[in-house]
Design a protein around this ligand. Structure first.
Ligand code: SAJ
Length: 401
């Protein structure tokens, strides 16, 4: 079976590689010539544990080849980003559209076309119309489905194979064909539905997590005012057999949870009150942390008649990764930089250098700083000793004090 993957990014490349490793013939198409060259040399342009070795193997074996242009195949997968339009939160499906238009000339009877990109409800049906408008002779001659990915960055290779997947065709036969396709490389259960439900399911999963984190973040604000340790509170509440509260932090980042809920609120603004408010709360939490650090700096100056040395601990969007995309910690660090301190030490143990931030070793920064703001719960930080002589702002539960 020959498969064309449109998009070789954080999801496209690992999925293409896993499928190639199971013996499928994969052509990965990307608009970026550097990405295509890198992969054809058996190297990778993204960071994901275990991926480099697997890509080298499948490229050497001839099962994965990257290209700038599509070609005829049995299956076509669309795995491109769906960003926002301009500065507002309206989903932009032009990449999905462009990738679809690029493969339309290569489609033939019996082909399977699948969208994996996170998409607003109704996108798969829209793309079906686009295909049939340009190629009316293919109507009901090809299979069309939506199948979202749900892998966790950092654990992608394992989860690609083992997670259950939701597969929604535009009709039953399309669902069946897509199930047959994924069963070649997915061990998890494959659940059948229609394309609209599958689209909404992806948005629902990430919105659900966003709403639950917003609840934890709201609790953290209440507890700060009430003089209650939020970490202890949540641990105790979670002893109830039917309560499972997530952890507060310095906001919600990454390319998924802080983004996907807007795909619902943009299309259903009246109905999505809770989802919309949760986005606001999680964004506000980052602003609140930055303000808290700035106020602590002012209090220190008043008390000690000198500017403090401040350590910002962590820049990544979540613990133990080197990914700074859409990171609330990075946003907070930038806000604190505006305070123009002489002694601002920025720490991110998972990266060695950064174009904007001058990085300091985490132990050195912790030793030198008067005020320490923990933004990301990296494992390295959890091993640091509690120091009475410092002002510690623990936004992510390092010491849970
Ligand atoms: N966070 C908290 N408190 C928590 C848990 C997370 O503040 O208790 C924060 C993290 O620090 C981070 C953000 O939320 O800033 C998102 O991190 P995450 O680990 O929850 O999720 P992602 O963005 O790495 O991956 C999510 C996953 N979705 C769900 O868990 C429902 C993943 O399975 C999806 O495949 C991925 O989004 C995606 O691509 O959509």
């Amino acid at each position: 079976m020959k498969v064309v993957f449109m998009g070789l990014g954080y999801i496209g490349l690992p999925t293409a590689t896993v499928a190639a490793n199971k013996g499928l013939q994969i052509v990965g198409v990307d608009i970026n010539a550097r990405v295509v060259d890198t992969i054809n040399q058996g190297k990778i342009h993204i960071i994901e544990p275990g991926l480099q070795e697997l890509v080298r193997n499948v490229v050497t074996a001839g099962n994965l080849r990257a290209s700038l242009v599509p070609e005829e195949a049995d299956v076509f997968l669309i795995v491109v980003p769906t960003p926002f339009k301009g500065g507002n939160h309206e989903p932009d499906i032009t990449y999905v559209e462009a990738a679809t238009k690029a493969i339309i000339p290569y489609l033939k009877e019996g082909n399977l076309y699948i969208i994996e990109s996170t998409s607003p409800v109704g996108t798969t049906e829209k793309m079906m119309q686009l295909i049939y408008t340009e190629r009316p002779e293919l109507k009901n001659m090809i299979y069309i489905a939506y199948c979202p990915e749900r892998v966790l960055p950092g654990n992608v290779l394992y989860e690609l194979e083992h997670n259950d997947r939701v597969i929604g065709g535009v009709n039953e036969i399309s669902t069946e064909k897509a199930i047959q396709f994924y069963s070649q490389f997915v061990k998890g259960n494959l659940h059948k539905t229609n394309s609209r439900t599958a689209e909404m399911c992806k948005l629902t999963e990430n919105s659900s997590r966003d709403v639950q984190i917003a609840f934890a973040n709201e609790l953290s604000l209440i507890c700060d005012k009430a003089g209650i340790n939020v970490w202890e509170l949540i641990e105790l509440a979670n002893k109830h057999p039917r309560v499972n509260i997530l952890q507060p932090g310095c906001g919600v980042g990454g390319h998924c949870i802080a983004v996907d809920p807007y795909f619902i609120t943009a299309d259903f603004p009246v109905e999505s009150q809770l989802i919309s408010k949760s986005r606001e709360i999680n964004n506000y939490k980052s602003f609140w942390c930055a303000e808290k650090i700035k106020n602590t700096i002012l209090e220190f100056e008043l008390k000690h008649k000198r500017k403090p040395i401040v350590a910002i601990m962590g820049l990544a969007f979540k613990p133990n990764i080197d990914d700074l995309r859409e990171s609330p910690a990075k946003y907070i660090a930038q806000k604190v930089m505006q305070a123009e301190l002489d002694g601002l030490l920025i720490v991110e143990p998972n990266i060695s250098e950064h174009p904007v931030f001058k990085l300091t070793n985490y132990e050195e920064a912790y030793g030198k700083a008067d005020i320490v703001a923990f933004l990301v719960a990296h494992n390295e930080f959890k091993a640091l000793p509690w120091k009475e002589d410092k002002v510690i702002l623990d936004f992510c539960g390092i010491f849970k004090k």
